[in-house]
Design a binder for this molecule. Sequence first.
Ligand SMILES: Nc1ncnc2c1ncn2[C@@H]1O[C@H](COP(=O)(O)OP(=O)(O)OP(=O)(O)O)[C@@H](O)[C@H]1O
Ligand SMILES: [Mn+2]
Length: 413
Amino acid sequence: CFVCCRNQEHLTHHAAWNSSAHVTEAALNVSAPWMQFHLEISRDALYPRASRNVEQLIEWMGNINIIRADLPFDTKKLNEECDCDQIVKPSGTHLKLVVQFQDLGRAMFKPMRQSRDEETSEDVFYFVDFQRHNAEIAAFHLDRILDFRRVPPVAGRLVNMTKELLEMASDENLQDVFFLSPANNVCLFARCPYTCKTEYAVCGNPHMLEGSLSAFLPSHSQAFRYSVQNPWKRSYTFTGKEDWEVNPSYCDQVKQTEPYTNRKRLLNMMDLAIFDFLIGNMDRHHYDVFSKFGDDGFMLHMDNARGFGRHSLDEITILAPVYQCCLVKEDTWLRLRLLSRPEYRLSDVMRESLSRDLLETVLTEPHLLALDRRLQKVLQVVEECVQKHGEGSVIMKEGGQQAAATGAQQRAV
Ligand SMILES: Nc1ncnc2c1ncn2[C@@H]1O[C@H](COP(=O)(O)OP(=O)(O)OP(=O)(O)O)[C@@H](O)[C@H]1O
Ligand SMILES: [Mn+2]
């Protein structure tokens, strides 16, 4: 083992790769950015704050040759049961592919489905909303700026659907979803789970299509991770209400339930709510954690494609965990305040960060400005909590201890 993370704080080490099914020792390049990404994952975050590898990984995903395209495992499983004569729901949102690169790294590809200027209609339920490739990219950048480092690196890329996807398609099931539109554009549709209809397809122009590439995490056999239901998840029905929506003391219940008896996990839930409020994501039904790190480990913030749908709406209920529990991690609080100052304004830092992506405009100006407005609302919610309960019981160190006075009280007064 020549590149080892020698302590238990890290998730994988090089020796683990010898047993990897899709990598042979001969082809293995330990310095490949995707491999370095896996080696840097620790109990605290997906990558270190000062990681140089993340930039390299993004550039690499944006440029390196694609040698194979696959349907994702969950879609494959559904395909076995999928009958294209039976349309279940009129939604074509779940279009994603696994691509493999020349040096054996992999990424989840989500194609562009909605133009950047289009705002999602008010009549669309969040659970049938489109997945937006630019939301995946922007969410990664925001997560890094907030110093959470819980979103796998995501790069934007213009992909040639014919040469890089169809010709690299691993099996017939995938080849079969490609077709030529009446305008002679190459298109692809999702077989499953919801639709087999070509009107929900995405099309290139005629071959080129934008998409997001999310760097693959280590496989389950190398680093098992499991999904946990979000206690503040929404009802996925037309009229249903969840417990948190009707019970004002819901947080007391959560606090007494595993794994939230662990204060670190509870505080991480507050981070997740803040993150989702900023991006406008109402579709956080689950989150993932690596089992190796137990309840102390960080939470993964994956699947952010339903963020950034409506810049004119600030969906305050996404902040329910924060205003119901009246808790926030001190580090997060300090960072949010910093990003509200004119010299570090969140929208400016985001604009700068996103300009390094290969795609021209990741977020339009109204979405960037919405971030500043929403950040103010987060600060306001926390300040109201501080006024009610005092700073000592609201702003917490990661381990759950009271934070040193941060001046929230003064600002609130
Ligand atoms: N970067 C990644 N590395 C490894 N696995 C990933 C990655 N991105 C997504 N996945 C896996 O693919 C599955 C689907 O991804 P995602 O949730 O982003 O897409 P989705 O179309 O919204 O699917 P779902 O309906 O399951 O939410 C998830 O279970 C996740 O574990
Ligand atoms: Mn999803």
